[in-house]
Design a binder for this molecule. Structure first.
Ligand code: GLY
Length: 347
């Protein structure tokens, strides 16, 4: 089981974790943005392996550079790796640690809300390969995760909104009261001290689900809520060279899947409107689609990794907040109807 520490003093938490691990050497893996903006505030006495920032750097070449630097830095099986950064760093650094000498211990220190609430926790590690996202990887939980909101102060609001979409998802999976509490919080004017306990609650939702199903054979698929439609929006935007933040696509995807839940499972209409209003009031924008884009969106949904068969689109839907249902499907006319309602609501 992963140790997850919630703290406002990252350096102290790392120092005490490292002391308890008695490593032969310690190596920080991070990217150049974090090296510039965050590392100076932590003053940790360990050598740093710096990668390029961004999802395009999550590749075999960067991974090979990390392995090379670990060898050059004298890492052994008793070494500890500390991944400090967003999802790219924790995914790739986690995979580098999981594979180096068949696996060395590692600590994740997420520096964005999105990585704190999602990527850094739960053991999914990996890299992109031949244009496919997270195609090569392993389930390898970090020994510890240090979560703090102190690095979020300099994040642009798009980053906070992006991470908050995954928190809303966890709220919807957890309970009506957790979800309501999140709708009552203004992430655009966030008090970071008040965000920390909300984040803690949110991470615990993921932790509970992952503990029950670490390798995504069943209930962990609930964490894909919003992601079937969301990935289709994200891929379409990428194809048009107008990429959108992952969490925006997830926020829109959740709305589409709430509408599908409403049509096929009686999810309450009032919740749909409440959620759509939160997205509109907080500047999540909309994916700029028309009905001409539906065939491509459906094709992208059909090719989603989460589908077991080519013709069957898999969704996690909701009976109500706190009551997810995995392995649902919907026919193309129903998905198109949901997209029509989605465009009306966010238009
Ligand atoms: N991002 C969803 C999961 O970790 O399963």
């Amino acid at each position: 089981m992963q140790t997850i520490l919630f703290t406002n003093n990252i350096s102290e938490a790392i120092t005490s974790l490292v002391d308890g691990m008695n490593p032969s050497t310690v190596h920080i893996i991070t990217d150049s943005n974090v090296t510039r903006d965050v590392l100076p505030t932590l003053s940790l006495p360990y050598p740093v392996i710096v990668t390029d920032p961004g999802d395009t750097a999550k590749n075999l070449q960067s991974l090979s550079q990390i392995w090379h630097s670990l060898i050059k830095g004298g890492a052994t099986r008793r070494s500890v790796v500390i991944n400090i950064g967003g999802g790219v760093v924790t995914d790739m650094g986690g995979f580098a640690a999981a594979t180096f000498k068949r696996g060395v211990r590692f600590i994740n220190v997420p520096t964005t809300l999105l990585s704190a609430v999602d990527a850094a926790v739960g053991g999914k590690t990996g890299i992109n390969f031949e244009g496919l996202k997270n195609e090569i990887g392993a389930f390898a939980p970090a020994d510890a995760v240090v979560i703090s909101t102190s690095t979020f102060a300099s994040l642009p609001s798009a980053e906070l909104l992006s991470g908050y979409a995954e928190m809303l998802k966890h709220g919807l999976l957890s309970s009506e009261s957790d979800y309501r509490e999140l709708l009552g919080f203004d992430i655009l004017n966030a008090d970071l001290d008040l965000l920390l306990p909300l984040l803690e609650k949110s991470v615990k939702v993921k932790e509970r689900i992952v503990e029950e199903d670490p390798r995504e054979q069943g209930i962990r698929r609930a964490l894909n809520l919003g992601h079937t439609a969301g990935h289709a929006f994200e891929s379409l935007a990428m194809e048009r060279n107008t990429p959108v933040p992952h969490g925006y696509a997830v926020a829109w995807g959740i709305l589409v899947e709430m509408i599908l839940s409403n049509i096929t499972r009686g999810f309450p209409s009032a919740e749909l409107y409440r959620y759509a209003t939160y997205l509109k009031d907080h500047g999540y924008g909309s994916p700029a689609i028309t009905c001409k884009d539906y065939p491509r969106l459906l094709e992208l949904m059909r090719h989603d990794k989460k589908n077991d068969t080519a013709n069957h689109i898999n969704f996690t839907l909701l009976d109500s907040p706190g009551h997810p249902v995995i392995d649902c499907t919907a026919s193309e006319p129903v998905i198109k109807e949901a997209l029509d309602i989605f465009c009306d609501l966010l238009g």
